[in-house]
Design a protein around this ligand. Structure first.
Ligand SMILES: [Zn+2]
Length: 412
């Protein structure tokens, strides 16, 4: 069989692929931090789908978690032996972020809707498309009786949207990945699929707690308004960080570091009370040359000034701190293999870029493995009305099929 026939076979399976995609997205796989049931049911679905698609080497690596009804967070690994000894992985995550403001959605987020060549659902883009594309791409080889060139490995993991403890970390700790393994992470991308991410920014999630003094709303001078101190502190802090850490690097998209105040906790006070406590969190993505502790020091310096001026106390802490692990060289084998597959199915060569991260390419790079991040997605992840383009899903499926086939398929 030549590559053209394989691509045609995949195109002919479009309905089956889209149906499986929708069936998976219907199963809500939100983590327990956001009140969800975890990934157990979605994992069950994927294991039975894998069996149906003809995979027989299916591993289940569970992590105990008493916060979810099943008590377990699943991690699934599917393998097909290749004709060489190198392991080529596509790693995706099963969990999704919560729907956010339900009123902002046109359709219910967990009732996938196919319209205008798109599939609308929470998790369609992040990371459903990559997962289904990797699975059906490899399944196309099984169906056609083609042996992959490298050992083809798929990993569907839990807990990516919150910390990876019950997900990729479990597989890393178990030693499933070797230094010479090749890793593709389709968890970020561009609508034209023309860029592949080889380096990520450092990421800091920072919690800010402002402690003031509660009092009656009619006598604000008797208290310290933690909400108002928060607002003033936040505004100045963001201005100062953006001014001080202002370098830009055109390899990255966006080229500058980003400083985003994101989550504001309810302070729980009523309208006629001066709130005595306010908590919020920030999401920072900074160029690898910047030190996260230096950023924290600047936040602390601004906090000291606001404490002094207001009498409130401002506590700062890292919720998450992920230092950029450097980049994957543009001539690394995994980059070359993926590029070839993209060239063969799309007729263009993607260019290397840096992104805000943090995908789990970063822990792989830190462990010394070469990882590349690529997919063809519209950029709707975490938004209301998240969707995936069916054309993107199909293109990625074809690229993964050709990447796994490698030299074991005729280029014509
Ligand atoms: Zn993701």
């Amino acid at each position: 069989m030549n590559s053209r026939q394989l691509l045609q076979n995949i195109a002919d399976d479009e309905n089956e692929i889209v149906n499986a995609f929708c069936d998976m997205l219907r199963i809500k796989a939100v983590g327990p931090e956001n009140g969800g049931p975890g990934e157990a049911e979605r994992g069950e679905f994927l294991r039975s789908l894998a069996t149906r698609l003809g995979f027989d080497d299916i591993e289940l690596h569970e992590s105990e978690d008493s916060r979810v009804p099943s008590g377990r967070r699943p991690n699934i690994v599917i393998r097909i032996k290749g004709t060489t000894d190198v392991d080529l992985w596509v790693v995706t995550h099963m969990d999704v972020v919560p729907e956010g403001d339900l009123d902002a959605w046109t359709n219910p987020p967990f009732e996938p809707k196919v319209a205008n060549g798109r599939v609308y659902a929470r998790g369609a883009e992040d990371n459903g498309q990559g997962l289904i594309a990797s699975m059906f791409g490899l399944a196309a080889l099984v169906k056609a009786g083609i042996t992959p060139e490298c050992n083809a490995c798929l990993a569907f993991v839990s807990d990516e949207e919150y910390g990876n403890t019950h997900g990729i970390d479990v597989l890393l700790k178990k030693g499933l990945f070797k230094n010479e393994d090749l890793i593709v992470v389709p968890d970020h991308g561009y609508p034209d699929g023309a860029s592949m991410a080889v380096v990520e920014k450092s990421v800091a999630w920072i919690r800010v707690v402002v402690i003031g003094r509660q009092t009656h709303g009619s006598t604000p001078d008797c208290g310290i308004n933690a909400f108002e101190v928060s607002a003033r502190y936040l505004a100045e802090c963001m201005d100062r960080l953006r001014a001080k850490f202002s370098k830009s690097d055109d390899l990255f998209d966006p080229p500058q570091s980003t400083f985003v105040p994101s989550k504001c906790e309810s302070n729980g006070f009523n309208i006629n009370t001066v709130p005595g406590r306010q908590e919020f969190a920030c999401d920072f993505r900074v160029l690898p040359e910047y030190d996260l502790d230096e950023i924290m020091s600047e936040m602390r310096a601004v906090a000291d000034e606001h404490e002094e001026a207001s009498g409130a106390k401002i506590e700062l802490s890292f919720i998450d701190k992920s230092v950029s692990a450097g980049g994957t060289p543009p001539d690394a084998e995994v980059v070359v293999r993926l590029k070839r597959a993209i060239m063969l199915s799309g007729g263009f060569e993607p260019k290397p870029v840096g992104i805000g991260g943090a995908t789990f390419a970063n822990p792989f790079r830190r462990a010394g493995l070469n990882a590349v991040v690529w997919s063809t997605i519209p950029g709707t992840g975490h938004n209301a009305d998240e969707y995936a383009e069916i054309s993107g899903l199909m293109f990625d499926t074809k690229v993964f099929a050709l990447m796994f086939a490698g030299k074991n398929i005729d280029d014509r």
